[in-house]
Design a binder for this molecule. Sequence first.
Ligand code: NAD
Length: 490
Amino acid sequence: MNFPIVEHLANAGCLDRVFIDGEWRLPVGRARSAVIDPSTEQAVAEIALGNAQDVDTAVAAARRAFATWSVSSADRRAALLDRVHGLILERAELFAQAISLEMGAAISVARSTQVPVAAEHIRVARDLAGSYPFVTRREGVAIVREPIGVCGLITPWNWPLYQITAKVGPALAAGCTVVLKPSELSPLSALLFAEVMRDAGAPAGVFNLVNGDGPDVGAALSAHPDVDMISITGSTRAGVLVAQAAAPTVKRVAQELGGKSPNLMLPDADFARAVPMGVAAAFRNVGQSCSAPTRMIVPRERLAEVEQLAAAAVAALVVGDPRSTQSTHGPVANRAQFNRVQQMIEAGIADGARLVCGGLGRPPGLERGFYARPTVFSDVNTQMSIAQEEIFGPVLAVIPYDSLDEAVAIANDTVYGLGAHVQGRDLGAARAVAARIRAGQVHINHQAWNPHAPFGGYKRSGNGREYGVEGLQEYLETKAILGDMNEEQA
Ligand code: NAD
């Protein structure tokens, strides 16, 4: 089968390349990696993987470019980001095809969500480049916020373009130069993005891309003495390894890691609205979202009602071929993820959780492809592994509570602290609960995503913040200049 997006990248001559110093180059690394379509389990393309030498070359290019990009005007940075934004929108269909093919997102979701929200990060970064106060004065001191330097950016496969733009946008707006290592499992959208950067006229070396795996390219980037900062989005396991590799060079490490986010239903919540929306949020992107609210914490006396509402919401999902516009959900992204989901469903059953719907195996009629059954467990308790471990698939755990204090304790009974949801009609009460939850972003009554809301983790969900002003500040160093006073202060 021929895929237009693969043909596009092959014609552009970039499938077997890395992008360094403004051009596509053959990597020194000789390894190749197949891109697997998760809906058929078939290889659809082969990409070249770089190695530590390619990282060296890319970092050197980024270092050279930093000398001029770091002192370029805010207008120039904003203008580049504006062109990048325009090109992503212009090539939105290609991006949607790439994402759908490489990680299985239903094409309608790729078109309506994956690509537009990714473009938003560039738009916000463009606006901030022109408006952020890089120099302020306080108590006679000039506070200058300067670009931190050369940044290594390591991204996952679940929201592949979105995770890239959430890092590249603010890094370039700040005046940093970057070496991107996208997930080896979702390289097509990343190659398209590099093409956009080139066509937008990014100066040579400002943006570089080295495809590769974590232990080789990711580790080399993390340990590199001439990289000033690493921003990683990925599992807590990988985040820890990156921090360890980065420690000897004392570079800044921003970690955006895993989650096991709670969705706390207060007794006065509008259950008929909140439960289906909670199911939709938990299963968005087939449950492969770091902040997916996969623990629904509900008053015990409402358990039966919640189960009924959740089962009805799941019955309305259409799991199937991601290329069909009828499908709301495609397969999970890869074999490892499929096996993980199966293993966790098995664990839920073995631990005695009650299966409300879904279960082991593929949905009926889908014999091939990494399709998992959207699964809801009820009567889950916090000791069960399905209540504690990030599953990263369509598995929801409904956990009953008897008192508000217990509900908050359950919400916080996790090593993670990324997202959280609170549902309730009394806004004051919902706000009070939001204040007690140890997580970086809390949504009350399913408030929609906002590209200005800083996003990041407490506890083992990481230490960085992305999006909006806080996302930009991650890429800035603070310099205090004493004696540089305004005339009126002198
Ligand atoms: P992963 O940890 O397997 O890989 C993420 C990235 O890290 C990839 O590019 C990978 O190659 C790289 N990597 C792996 N080992 C490395 C090493 N030793 N050194 C350097 N780099 C290494 O994660 P994944 O399966 O791609 O993504 C899913 C995970 O990402 C989930 O845990 C999810 O919660 C998390 N995630 C977090 C956020 C967030 O903003 N907090 C967003 C999306 C995904």
